[in-house]
Design a protein around this ligand. Structure first.
Ligand code: BMA
Length: 331
């Protein structure tokens, strides 16, 4: 048992590597990064910003694969250990459960969240511009697509892992059609996964340098006794373009639009070669985190330079203490 209680599954086979000797980093990288290289499957130009979950005692995931035509799509993948992945050559063919056929010009940046009896997938869906696509699967073989959650333009739709006050709950980041030089995080709720409303402002870009231009929710929030632990990315505009780092915040359990603590400093910023060099330099973009509630160990999956998938580790307790020490406290 750690210092703080974590509400969630036990993952005895969580991928893990101890913090390197001599390091005081709260989030440290896997020594064999990247775990998925850009050419992991034949058709791929790049594989990054991808989401993994536990599945039947092993692991499954939804991967962002940009192919050699530079089309962006989602592929299913499976792993025994969370590190070595077999990714399907063919993109996921969603069976639409929408009122009528819905165009989807592209799909990228998936998140996967288990709620009640199934794995929900949210992603950035091309419907006259980017918006939040929603789907689900029971088995990572057949996938169903629901209505888009929001009007264009929106990115970074991230579901909470349980209903809050009887409603499904999602964070998202309204945007524009382009590379969006702004971005704040909002909260929305839904009785049925189709109609979303009661939108609430959560937090805005700014505060400190690494998150000064825009921010967006990363992995599915983790429920703890101290609040929802949200890992989120922040963007800084340098003379050479955008720099994507990530850090954390704690949100109120019953009113998650209320921020309790928010980091001043990043936890991981692009510094290693595979984060700095690739199709889009200087990007560390987290889309998933596996958490073992027994040990408080966290395995964070993030995209490196819009090219590869990398892995990092941390203890939930240490991130919460970091927020309490380094972060800003809100009443
Ligand atoms: C965002 C998304 C992400 C990407 C990032 C950096 O707008 O496209 O998928 O990682 O830009 O290019």
């Amino acid at each position: 048992m750690g210092k703080y209680q974590i509400i969630g599954e036990k993952i005895p086979n969580l991928p893990w590597e101890d913090r390197p000797k001599g390091s005081s980093d709260i989030v440290w990288r896997y020594s064999k990064n990247p775990i998925i290289k850009r050419n992991h499957i034949k058709r791929a130009n790049s594989i990054f910003n991808s989401a993994v979950v536990t599945f039947n005692g092993k692991f499954a995931g939804v991967f962002r694969v940009d192919d050699k035509a530079r089309s962006m799509n989602l592929h299913a993948g499976f792993s025994e250990d969370g590190i070595n992945w077999v990714i399907e050559e063919e993109p996921i063919n969603f069976i639409q459960k929408t009122r009528d056929p819905l165009i989807s010009e592209y799909k990228y940046d998936p998140r996967v969240t288990f709620i009640e009896d199934r794995y929900y997938i949210t992603w950035c869906n091309g419907y006259y511009g980017p918006t939040i696509g929603v789907g689900y699967t029971f088995d990572f073989k057949e996938f169903y697509q629901l209505e888009n959650a929001f009007l264009p333009y929106n990115r970074n739709g991230v579901l909470f892992p349980r209903k809050i006050n009887g409603k499904y709950a999602m964070l998202s980041r309204p945007s524009d059609r382009g590379h969006t030089p702004f971005g704040d995080i909002f909260y929305s709720e839904s009785p049925d996964m189709i109609h979303w409303g009661c939108h609430r402002f959560v937090m805005s870009a700014g505060l400190t340098g690494w998150q000064s231009l825009k921010i967006g929710a990363g992995p599915t929030p983790i429920e703890t006794s101290e609040g929802w632990l949200l890992i989120y990315h922040g963007v800084l505009l340098s003379c050479n373009g955008y720099v994507y780092s990530f850090s954390a915040a704690l949100l109120d359990l019953e009113k998650p639009w209320k921020v309790k603590y928010r980091a001043r400093s990043y936890l991981l910023s692009p510094q290693e070669y595979y984060e700095c060099v690739g199709d889009v330099p200087n990007v560390a973009f987290p889309c998933a985190a596996l958490c073992d509630s027994e040990t408080g160990r966290l395995a964070i999956y993030y995209g490196g330079a819009d090219t590869v998938v990398a892995l990092a580790f941390a203890y939930v307790d240490e991130i919460i203490d970091f927020l309490k020490e380094d972060g800003i406290k809100y009443e």
